[in-house]
Write a protein that binds this ligand. Structure first.
Ligand code: SAM
Length: 230
């Protein structure tokens, strides 16, 4: 189902203008077509009633549930030194179903906090565009930057992807009926031994992915995808 974002609402009608209207024209929507309209954090099944160069009008048929798929995956991604790789990570983990992404600072990650904060608007835009494309019920949340030392295992299953010291394969962790998974992924240069030890002490289980060593961004996408498809 195609998706758009409303510019404003009056009763059971939504009006769409600006950039979103351009996308509607580009995708050749037709009057009478059923579409999904996002409005103030809620999602509605609508029918397109009219379209002109000034705006499109959609009538609400029903509200759609915005309950995300379980388990809720909280991904803590050590920011790659090549910071541009975060764009890929945001888009792909949104598609495979992560619930929340926290950019993490570790000893070998990208370190410049100010530069990271400037990226938030861009990441939220990427997450929003992925939300429109992939059909997830709400956009991926992007949480504030956190230091690895401040991480906490907040319940559910907590794991750290550790290419060398991982004790078991991720695919062997029993995730049946698990509601929350917290996953930590290292940067290009991996974690220091001290960091892995600290995460272990905090309750994060070191796990490995088969069969080879992956780039940080590949590991993040694969791990979230495996968890969502357990
Ligand atoms: N030589 C690095 C090291 O010291 O670990 C490799 C780091 S790897 C390029 C980047 C991150 O991706 C790792 O810290 C880990 O979190 C994750 N990763 C990559 N391959 C993995 C695997 N096979 N099993 C578990 N985690 C993996």
């Amino acid at each position: 189902m195609q998706r758009t974002v409303a510019t404003f609402r009056r009763g059971d009608l939504f009006r769409i203008e600006g950039e979103e209207l351009k996308h509607i024209f580009a995708r050749r929507w037709k009057v009478g077509q059923k579409v999904e309209v996002f409005w103030e954090g809620r999602l509605f099944l609508c029918v397109l009633e009219s379209i002109s160069k000034k705006g499109a009008v959609c009538r609400i048929l029903e509200e759609i549930s915005t309950r995300p798929a379980e388990p809720y995956v909280y991904l803590y991604q050590c920011v790659p030194v090549e910071i541009g790789k975060m764009d890929f990570i945001v888009e792909k983990v949104s598609e495979v179903g992560a619930y929340q992404l926290t950019p993490l600072l570790s000893s070998r990650s990208f370190q410049n906090l100010q530069a990271l904060e400037k990226r938030y608007e861009r990441w939220r835009r990427i997450a929003f565009s992925s939300f429109k494309q992939c059909g997830r019920p709400i956009p991926l949340e992007i949480a504030p930057v956190t230091h690895l030392e401040d991480l906490k295992c907040r319940g559910g299953v907590c794991m750290v992807l550790d290419s060398f010291g991982g004790e078991i394969w991720l695919s062997e962790v029993n995730l049946k009926d698990v509601k929350e998974v917290h996953l930590v992924v290292g940067p290009e240069g991996g974690f220091s031994e001290k960091e892995v030890q600290l995460l272990r002490e905090k309750g994060f289980l070191p796990v490995r992915l088969r069969p080879y060593t992956l780039r940080s961004e590949t590991a993040a996408v694969l791990a979230v995808g495996l968890v969502m498809n357990f």
